[in-house]
Design a protein around this ligand. Structure first.
Ligand SMILES: Cc1ncc(COP(=O)(O)O)c(C=O)c1O
Length: 443
């Protein structure tokens, strides 16, 4: 028999399980600020790749790339707490941590990425990257890949056309946004070997814009297709598209919010998988390990042109607390070998999921690299009809078995597998066994 878990999870002893917190949440938060699950467990504690609810039930968190180095990592907690005791202020003051952190983050990028802006989220980072491209080129037009999500702020939302997030996305773009096909080699317009056609078609869109007198300021894309469930872009895609945008004087923007920072295992940054180098990198989520932190990194001559577009100040972007947390996250990734863990444990997980695909017809394919994987469910492997309702039911059943998992993609038929980078081989085995059980026994 288990004792009262209250003390362990930091809630008063004998907290009533049937409390009204969820009902109050619905009353006081905007309806669009959604939560996972119709009947979510109330989670009040996390540790490594585990989450613990108020009943003391432990869940395996297979979805949380924001908690990149694991929940409640002592080193991150200590760094943040120590700095909170000392100083936290806006980033206009002169203190050491912001400089050290900017140096550290720039050092993870190729030669030439020497200038950093700090913000608080991925939406702000992609928004700023877009505005930088506009300011640096003096042009208003941006090319973006379809079926992507880049954020909720005005500019980042304008380039987001994922219909899962906004069913009216494609028909409501402002006229400065120009889209190219989603380069999805599994279920897009061009599949398999034909996927090599995406790059010349995107280049043609860029060339036509330039020929019509509207050469774009930049092109924004995820460097590894996160919204589709972790689909690698076709080989050479970014190289070709970046070259075209630069030929017309524009800038290449890499959205690394999901896939950057070691998660892909083999590569620290997603663009390295493509062998291409962007001009502006936007990153967030994992860099703060759950603390709101985003960064845009570029070359000095691009950053300097921002002044032509106005004024930049992000009060808590790169604050003393954010900066020391950002450095602690980098320390943990480096010293605990988490990129290598993503490579090794991710490869094991992908192998096991592919094995599962031989047993269960619902699994159309397994996308991804490292600890950024997607299991795509289809009703028919020929037509690729998306198994949308099945995916939702599978996620609900996995929750009952103690695994946190959510759907992604425009058809919501892909399991988005992106656990904290500290996840162990034993834990991913628990996940695959649970998925096997669900697919075998029903959902
Ligand atoms: C690829 C990508 N870019 C940007 C964002 C926006 O980041 P945030 O939610 O931190 O504003 C997201 C969020 O999911 C994302 O997936």
């Amino acid at each position: 028999m288990a004792g009262d878990p209250g003390a362990a999870i930091g809630v008063p002893a004998e907290t009533p399980v049937d409390d009204d917190v969820l009902a109050r949440r619905h009353e006081v938060l905007a309806e669009v600020q959604e939560h996972y699950y119709a009947a979510p467990p109330r989670i009040e504690r996390g540790w490594r790749e585990h989450l613990i609810d108020v009943n003391g039930r432990v869940y395996l968190d297979m979805v949380n790339n924001v908690a990149s180095v694991g929940h409640a990592h002592p080193r991150v907690v200590e760094a943040g707490s120590r700095q909170m005791h000392l100083l936290n202020t806006n980033s206009r003051f002169h203190y050491r941590a912001i400089t050290d952190y900017a140096d550290r983050i720039a050092a993870t990028l190729p030669e030439g990425f020497d200038t950093v802006f700090f913000v608080n989220s991925g939406s702000e980072a992609t928004d700023l990257a877009i505005r930088l491209a506009m300011a640096a080129t003096g042009r208003p037009d941006i090319v973006a890949m379809r079926e992507a999500y880049h954020g909720w702020t005005y500019a980042s939302d304008a380039v987001s056309t994922s219909i899962a997030d906004n069913p009216h996305a494609l028909s409501t773009r402002p006229d400065w946004v120009h889209t190219v096909d989603a380069a999805n080699s599994y279920r897009g317009k061009h599949r398999g070997a034909d996927a090599e056609k995406y790059a010349p078609e995107a280049v043609a869109v860029i060339d036509e814009l330039a020929a019509s007198g509207r050469p774009p300021a930049g092109m924004i894309a995820e460097t590894y297709f996160g919204n589709a469930g972790g689909v690698a872009l076709p080989e050479g895609y970014l190289g070709a598209v970046y070259a075209a945008i630069r030929r017309h004087g524009g800038l290449a923007i890499a959205d690394e919010v999901q896939v950057g920072y070691g998660r892909l295992g083999e590569w620290f940054w997603g663009f390295q998988q493509q062998g291409a180098v962007p001009d502006i990198v936007a990153v967030a989520k994992s860099i703060g390990g759950g603390h709101p932190l985003g960064a845009v990194v570029t070359r000095r001559e691009i950053a300097d042109r921002y002044r032509t577009g106005g004024y930049f100040f992000s009060s808590t972007g790169g604050s003393p607390v954010s900066s020391v947390i950002g450095m602690a996250v980098l320390d943990v990734i480096e010293q605990e070998g988490l990129q290598e863990n993503a490579r090794v444990v991710g490869a094991h997980l992908k192998r096991r999921l592919e094995e599962l695909g031989k047993k269960h017809d619902l699994i159309g394919t397994v996308h991804g690299s490292g600890l950024y994987l997607g299991v795509e469910f289809v009703r028919d492997r020929e037509t690729l009809e998306p198994a949308t309702t099945e995916t939702a039911a599978i996620c609900d059943r996995l929750l009952e078995l103690g695994v946190i998992m959510q759907p992604t993609g425009d058809h919501q038929n892909v399991l988005k597998i992106k656990p904290p980078l500290v996840v162990t081989r034993a834990s991913v085995d628990v996940f695959v066994d649970a998925l096997d059980r669900v697919l075998t026994t029903g959902y």
